[in-house]
Design a protein around this ligand. Sequence first.
Ligand code: PAF
Length: 281
Amino acid sequence: MIITRTKKEFDRYYKLIKESKKTVGFVPTMGALHEGHLSLIKRSNKENNFTVVSIFVNPAQFNNATDLINYPRNEEKDFDLLLKALCDIVFVPDVNEMYPERDNRVFEFNGLDRLMEGKYREGHFNGVAQIVSKLFKIIKPNRAYFGRKDFQQAAIIKSMNNNYLKDLHIEIVTCDIIREKDGLAMSSRNQLLNESERKSAVRISQTLNKYVKQYSKYSVQELIKKITDEINQDYNLKVEYIDIVDDEDLQNVNKIVPGKTTFCVAVYDGEIRLIDNLAVK
Ligand code: PAF
């Protein structure tokens, strides 16, 4: 595995791969890797000749300074995991490399960024689009892989890719959520939970599961109330939002259609903000 820290260094190795006309899959990450990331790398390895992974904790997408400072970082452990996962090149730039000057670009996502996460994390998706577009232009992969845990992010990246980067011809691949044995959606932020919060966290996926299965018994409003109340019963947990949305335009629905509707939640577990979602099958 080749480790590169600058665009120049990356290009030097990457030129050879691009000249060979082989396909490249790209997995962008902010490090603190877990099985969820490894599943994206596995899929990329299956579908491409080479896999590039980036590790960059992107300040532009954090709307909370403490969250940025506390975001878990463990480069050595990440490299070990990437080596085992058969990553070919890892790109680990620093902030000056990615933002040599202020990025003032403002992206338009046709309102997708004003729903759910966007309501509570101002500027977050613009920051995601800034970094992902920069990375796409450097790496120019054939395919890029994102986890469905960040359901809204995947929709926004697809929109950005179609509207701003069409000439790069990158296919966006969304992969299933990987869960812990007890159902908790894997996330780098789970590392920040203490023992009691970790126990409480299970309630999020359990409650989603329970009411997604019973969706036909209640109205959408009743479902939202029941899920909120049941999660909030745990003293560590506080629901920020629960939205039941259309898979295409992410708008709230009045009627649940199996195969086209997803339940999305954001919950504070102590100080740690967790998100999860579950599709109605
Ligand atoms: O999902 C993430 O880890 C980040 O939002 C991403 C896509 C790597 C951009 O910084």
